[in-house]
Design a protein around this ligand. Structure first.
Ligand code: BGC
Length: 244
């Protein structure tokens, strides 16, 4: 069985049909720059284009960098503020002409890891963190998602944590991998203190270069590098597409 997944990021929108048995993409992924400003109408128009590009008809799952409660957007940290209060399920369903469900991007990526990746068959408390433009979090208790946790925005040394430890910050501040790894370590120790996870899954773009910084991280729980990398958001979104 296949479903279509769309991952909306601050800079790019990625989409593909997904095989729900394996979690693999069933066709080559399409990527389009996120329109700027990333207003709901413009993003929905691009989503429609991505679905048409793949000649897809049927349910669609969408993930985005926001708190999304029952399809309604409640925050907009790395996307246009005009999203707040928008019924994203209805907006995308109208634009695409098919049933759509929308969820948070890190919840989607985490769900993909729990289903097909390094979190498969893991019970207990599992925290999946994505390091990219921001820091996203997906929390699972015995495999069940606790949605919209937003651990990227915990306060750390008097500031929003993602301002010091997101992957974007490494480049923006010209940090070495070791310097950035030390910041990630400080952040992970703080989050681990709050949540007491059994396992932390490290995802997002920076996970591909974990050989450069993972040795700086010391936490008292299991650590795993995400297996699905770039496609976790698409696959997890597809998994949450409405069933028909
Ligand atoms: C947002 C989260 C999102 C994360 C990763 C954060 O700034 O608040 O909702 O999951 O970035 O995109």
């Amino acid at each position: 069985m296949q479903r279509f997944g769309i991952d909306i990021g601050g800079t790019g929108m990625k989409a593909a049909p997904v095989d729900l048995v394996t979690g693999e993409l069933a066709a080559a992924r399409a990527r389009v720059d996120t329109p700027q400003p990333a207003t709901p109408e413009r993003v929905a128009a691009v989503a429609r284009h991505l679905v048409e590009h793949h000649d897809w008809s049927g349910p669609v799952g969408v993930c985005m960098p926001s708190v999304v409660m029952h399809g309604v957007v409640r925050s907009a940290a790395n996307i246009d503020d005009s999203w707040i209060g928008v019924d994203a399920d209805a907006l995308f369903s109208d634009a695409i002409g098919a049933p759509v469900h929308v969820l948070n991007d890190a919840d989607a990526a985490g769900q993909a890891e729990m289903t097909w990746g390094v979190g498969k068959d893991r019970s207990g408390v599992v925290l999946c963190l994505t390091f990219g433009t921001g820091i996203g979090s997906g929390l699972f208790v015995d495999g069940v998602l606790v949605p919209n946790t937003e651990f990227g925005h915990v306060e750390l040394d008097g500031a929003d944590a993602e301002v010091s430890a997101a992957a974007r910050v490494r480049q923006a501040e010209g940090l070495s991998w070791v310097e950035w790894g030390d910041r990630v370590n400080r952040y992970l120790q703080h989050v681990a203190f709050i949540v007491s996870p059994d396992l932390i899954i490290l995802g997002g773009g920076a996970s591909k270069r974990s050989d450069r910084w993972l040795s700086r991280v010391h936490v008292e729980c299991d650590l795993a590098i995400a297996a699905l990398e770039n496609n976790a958001g698409i696959a997890g979104a597809a998994l949450h597409a409405p069933s028909v």
